[in-house]
Design a protein around this ligand. Structure first.
Ligand SMILES: [Mg+2]
Length: 199
């Protein structure tokens, strides 16, 4: 990997940018967390590469067609733009789920290196956009997001929106070892600016 690459901020979707409500079956039920759009806009203005990395197994579980995931991502981008003129520089999502984990739709049911906490989405983004993962930050609300950061040598920020509070209390998934615990994405971006200045 090219050491001259640029740092990036990898953002989980549900529970970080939009409200965590489980699998989102109706498009209009995707709504932004307060302050999230403005936080992304601040990253944009600082020229920091913003990349969505999200596990989206709803189609693999048979809850809706794969096109619905694309529609949800488009709605997310539209809301970010409308609320604060914010944009994501790249979007990656993992559509696959293994059969033991609950995959049902045949063409989407398989184990994947892209499914977090596996590192496939970040490795793909690093090659495609010349990113330096070790100087990058992952922001998420689950232990698996923090594991992902650890797996690539990036910094991991756990936000307390979404499942973040349950993770901290040890009531969901497993205990995580984040580099920083933020109330929300706004506070996470404050930390990122301080971290990137001193790095
Ligand atoms: Mg999440």
């Amino acid at each position: 990997m090219n050491n001259q690459g640029k740092p990036a901020v990898f953002l989980d979707r549900d529970g970080v940018l939009n409200r965590e409500i489980g699998y989102i079956k109706k498009l209009e039920d995707l709504t932004l967390i307060s302050g999230a759009a403005k936080a992304v806009r601040r990253l944009n203005e600082a020229n920091i590469f913003c990349c969505l990395v999200t596990n989206q197994a709803g189609a693999a579980r048979g809850f809706y067609p794969l096109e619905h995931v694309l529609d949800l991502n488009q709605r997310l981008c539209d809301l970010l733009e409308a609320e604060a003129g914010a944009k994501l520089d790249a979007l990656y999502y993992c559509r696959y789920l293994s059969a033991p984990a609950g995959g049902k739709t045949p063409e989407l049911t398989r184990w994947s290196t892209w499914r977090k906490p596996n590192t496939g989405m970040l490795v793909a983004a690093a090659w495609e956009y010349n990113l330096d993962l070790k100087r990058s930050v992952v922001v998420g609300d689950k232990a698996t997001d923090i594991d992902l950061a650890n797996n690539v040598g990036a910094k991991g920020i756990l936000v307390q929106t979404g499942y973040g509070k349950e993770i901290l209390k040890g009531e969901y998934q497993h205990r995580a070892h984040p580099d920083y615990v933020a109330a929300d994405l706004t506070q996470a971006v404050d930390w990122i600016f301080g971290h990137m200045k001193s790095a």
